[in-house]
Design a protein around this ligand. Structure first.
Ligand code: PLP
Length: 377
């Protein structure tokens, strides 16, 4: 989910025109509380490099999510790069999904990996284990599925495949803060899982992310890799500058307790969409049984791209700005060396649209959006 656009004065709504409704709205901290943290940070003079706020947020997230080995970092893209690097996957062929935000692939490319695309399943829109099995070979270095929209992949089958083949399994769980599967955070699955704390997520640090791994050794490697790969004057590995600053961690400390209310508000708006939109002509991705959903998005699948474009034009005309998450399918990115066909993902990417969703979205706006969408079908 990408970054809210900055608007110039020229594009601000004219008086009398309805306020624009964007795909989401970031939760923001209480200014007094944030200032208390800022005063403390500025007085200490310690702005980054594994400071007190980062340590405090890391401990709180570990406890809230019940993930004992968790490292914060600068954003969700670098979280993926750290996970790939520490798992020894840089430069290798990695099986991944074509239906995701572009950072899944850009992180692979930045690590010198070759993305090998397997198609998604029609229902949940996550990587299809049967398609992965079909293309697995002795050149495969690892598997990178994405829990798309905060839903959960078929972790049993994907985990079984990775284990049998002896391959690392890294989940891109960027959209999953607050989603639980069988009573555990979705980030608890796989050899490691990454998350994004971008401003648009249900919990955020403005920019930020984390990697959850399964051992103290991997955690130490992640913390070393995020700090340029050195400890004092001892240089141990080629690292990244992927540290989270104190200012970002302070934002997270202010917002962590607000996440549950944010999810509850999004859930209420989602239920209203469910009730007001037809299910037969506007499909919703199927949530896997056993999932407690974080309501990170409200995606709908139109029957054709033409109908989607008609709906988007009608919504835009009424100052409503949904987003085409996730378009285009990543196997069709123009800068990739070859096209690996994935018909299910290519079709879904053309037909998927995320409608505006945030806790304070007024009911009247949901009704208005649904009426416009219904008229477009
Ligand atoms: C699936 C997925 N992967 C990776 C990212 C990258 O995260 P960030 O924007 O924090 O770098 C995102 C962020 O939106 C995402 O949705």
């Amino acid at each position: 989910m990408k970054k809210p656009e900055t608007r110039s004065a020229a594009s601000l709504p004219s008086p009398g025109k309805r306020q624009p409704v964007y795909v989401t709205r970031s939760i923001t901290p209480d200014l007094k509380e944030y200032n208390t943290y800022l005063e403390r940070i500025l007085a200490s003079g310690y702005l980054t490099n594994n400071g007190a706020c980062v340590n405090e947020l890391e401990a709180k997230l570990s406890s809230v999510l019940n993930l004992p080995h968790l490292a914060l970092c600068a954003n969700g893209t670098l979280a993926l790069q750290l996970a790939l690097r520490v798992s020894g996957l840089s430069g290798k062929k990695i099986i991944t999904t074509p239906f995701s935000y572009v950072a899944t692939v850009s992180a692979l490319l930045a690590e010198g990996c070759e993305p090998v695309f397997a198609d998604i399943d029609e229902d949940a829109l996550c990587l299809d284990p049967a398609a992965v099995e079909n293309i697995l070979d002795d050149q495969t270095g690892g598997i990178l599925p994405v829990h798309i929209y905060g839903n959960v992949c078929d972790v049993d089958k994907l985990g079984g495949l990775a284990e049998t083949a002896g391959l690392p399994l890294i989940y891109d769980a960027s959209q999953c803060f607050g989603s639980e599967f069988r009573g555990r955070s979705v980030l608890a699955y796989g050899d490691c899982a990454t998350c994004s704390f971008h401003a648009t997520k249900v919990f955020h640090t403005a920019e930020g992310g984390c990697v959850a791994c399964r051992s103290k050794t991997d955690l130490a490697a992640l913390k070393l890799a995020r700090a340029c790969g050195h400890s004092g004057d001892t240089h141990i590995m080629p690292g990244l500058n992927a540290k989270m600053s104190e200012l970002h961690a302070a934002m997270g400390l202010c917002l962590l307790e607000r996440a549950a209310d944010n999810i509850a508000g999004r859930r209420a708006a989602s239920l209203m969409y469910d009730a007001l939109l037809p299910a037969h002509t506007l499909r919703r991705p199927l949530l896997r049984e056993g999932l407690t959903y974080n309501h990170a998005y409200y995606p709908v699948l139109f029957e054709t791209e033409k109908i989607l474009l008609r709906a988007v034009a009608s919504l835009n005309a009424e100052n409503v700005f949904p987003r085409r998450y996730f378009y285009p399918a990543l196997n069709t990115l123009p800068y990739l060396p070859r096209h690996q066909p994935c018909p299910v993902a290519e079709s879904a990417a053309k037909r998927a649209l995320c409608l505006p969703l945030y806790a304070e979205l007024p009911e009247a706006d949901v009704e208005r959006i649904c009426a416009i969408v219904r008229r477009s079908l």
